[in-house]
Design a protein around this ligand. Structure first.
Ligand code: TXE
Length: 484
């Protein structure tokens, strides 16, 4: 697709690309320029109903396939995505505003890897037996039914593929609802599955807004499970609509993760790692380390080197190979991020670096902000405890392990974090006392697809990842056979 053409993005229901019943559309804008990029179907309840009917219709046939046949389909989808690798990267970069290099190394790679990984994991599954003196138990992992998969805008295809692969792998059929801000690579995935000839109705997709399409999907009586990644306040609504029908639910929500830097860290690799964890994808990753806690003895040196390193990052055209940072997702999100910088000043913080970048005029309508570092905030201030979800981090001092742990745990969130020290025993001791689902020691976002992923407190409910995904997307049934 040429960069000036406007694409039209349709729903994918029962194996066909279709317009919405109301024939309404919404505009998709490029975050870096604010220009119209595509038009997508604005779905409503009737479109959701059609998609759920298609998914329900495909369920008996799909769930009766053997695991190895479904694994073969996942591999074929991975092959199909590999063929359009560059298209994924370009679309994701234009649709989200993220640098093309990141869209390649993270989004496109992981989308292929998710299908490939779950295909392999399905083949490793074996029936579990529990022998008694006079009976044998065995466990059958059955599909749950029709799944609603709702995804956000920060890692569009990465997160969608992370849900779709295990969901259909375990024999469910699904209706996907990608973020209305980033529909492009979800549409590309539908073109890929259409190309490989996946049976109609196994994967369906409706585009549209949360209230108009997401809500009727989550509350649909024929939807049996909901996997949601997005903001915490939306997660509350999703949980409230799914709860009365006892749907199986997994919520991956926000974070306000601490990076704890001890005086005995390797300064060079720590600065590099903590800058990456603060600003990857313009800080729009739920795992980003946006509160940086630094031990007193090295605070001044760390602050100087950290700010220097942040100022060296290149912000600019997402499609330019040399850009480290691109644009924020939307004008509304930029406004929210800016409002937190204003709040930081009111709360007594000092802006150590930040502002608006100077870019060529073609980016005048885009959502731009320079990476921002704030010092001098109280660790329990709003700016230091609420999720900003942008390129804004705050630096805080601590003087003991106890204090670092207390600060790290002082938010309503509990998703991830990182600890930087050469003393691995101390690293593990501190990590284990942090209220969160995941901690990295001397690294960040070092992902193994086999491990559990998810948060505690307001960061979510449940775990996905590896066998945890297979568990969530299935119902374990025990059959006990009496002998003799
Ligand atoms: O996400 P929403 P938004 C955080 C971040 C951000 C905030 C809001 O702090 O500023 O959330 O972002 C769909 N029923 N994260 O508003 O609204 C919606 O259409 C069913 C963290 O963009 O949570 C989209 O597909 N679905 C996060 C998806 O939910 C509904 C990543 C997520 O949108 C719905 C993104 C409803 N009532 C933002 N309302 C992370 N954890 O990575 C909306 N949706």
């Amino acid at each position: 697709m040429g960069s000036s053409e406007i694409s039209v993005v349709r729903n994918y229901i029962g194996g066909s690309f279709v317009d919405g019943k109301s024939e309404s559309w919404f505009d998709v804008l490029e975050p870096s320029t604010g220009k119209l990029f595509a038009k997508a179907v604005l779905s409503g309840k009737e479109d959701v109903d059609s998609a759920v009917i298609a998914a329900k219709g495909a369920l008996p046939g799909w769930s009766s396939l053997e695991m190895k046949e479904r694994a073969r389909w996942l591999d074929m989808i991975a092959d199909g995505l590999e063929e359009v690798f560059e298209e994924i990267a370009e679309l994701e970069s234009r649709d989200t505003g993220k640098p093309i290099s990141l869209a390649r190394s993270v989004d496109a790679s992981r989308s292929v890897a998710n299908f490939r990984f779950f295909a392999g994991l399905l083949l490793e599954q074996e029936t579990e037996f529990f022998q008694m003196e006079d009976a044998t138990n065995y466990v059958v992992n059955k599909p749950v039914g029709v799944g609603a998969l709702i995804t956000p805008w920060n890692l569009p295809l990465y997160l969608l593929s992370w849900k779709v692969a295990p969901a259909i792998g375990m024999g469910n059929t699904v209706v996907c609802k990608p973020s209305e801000l980033t529909p492009m690579t979800a549409d590309l995935l539908m073109r890929v599955i259409d190309g490989v000839g996946l049976p109609p109705g196994v994967i369906n997709l409706v585009h549209g807004e949360g209230a108009g399409a997401g809500e009727p999907l989550v509350s649909h009586p024929d939807v049996d499970l909901v996997s949601f990644t997005g903001g915490t306040s939306t997660g509350e609504k999703v949980a409230a609509s799914a709860a009365p029908m006892f749907k199986k639910i997994s919520l991956e929500l926000g974070g306000k993760n601490a990076s704890i830097v001890f005086a005995d860290c390797n300064m060079e690799s720590t600065v590099e790692g903590v800058v990456r964890s603060g600003f990857l994808n313009q800080g729009q990753v739920c795992l980003c380390g946006s509160r940086i806690l630094v031990e007193d003895g090295i605070y001044d040196e760390f602050e100087r080197r950290f700010v220097e390193s942040v100022e060296k990052m290149t912000i600019g055209d997402p499609l330019d190979e040399s850009s480290d940072l691109g644009a924020l997702i939307s004008p509304e999100h930029l406004e929210k991020v800016r409002s937190y910088i204003d709040l930081a000043k009111e709360e007594g913080g000092t802006i150590l670096t930040g502002g608006t970048p100077c870019l060529p005029s073609r980016f005048d309508g885009g959502n731009w902000i320079s990476p921002t570092v704030i010092g001098g905030l109280e660790y329990d201030s709003r700016c230091a405890t609420e999720e900003i979800f942008g390129p804004v981090v705050s630096l805080h001092r601590f003087d003991s392990e106890e204090e670092a742990i207390e600060i790290a745990n002082c938010t309503r969130y509990g998703l991830a974090g990182s600890v930087w020290t050469e003393d691995l025993e101390k690293g593990k001791r501190v990590s284990e006392r942090i209220d969160s689902g995941m901690i990295w020691i001397n690294t960040w976002l070092h992902r193994d697809l086999r491990v559990p992923f998810g948060g505690v407190k307001d960061s979510g409910v449940g775990r996905e990842g590896g066998r945890w995904s297979l568990g969530f997307f299935s119902e374990a049934m025990n059959i006990c056979v009496k002998q003799g």
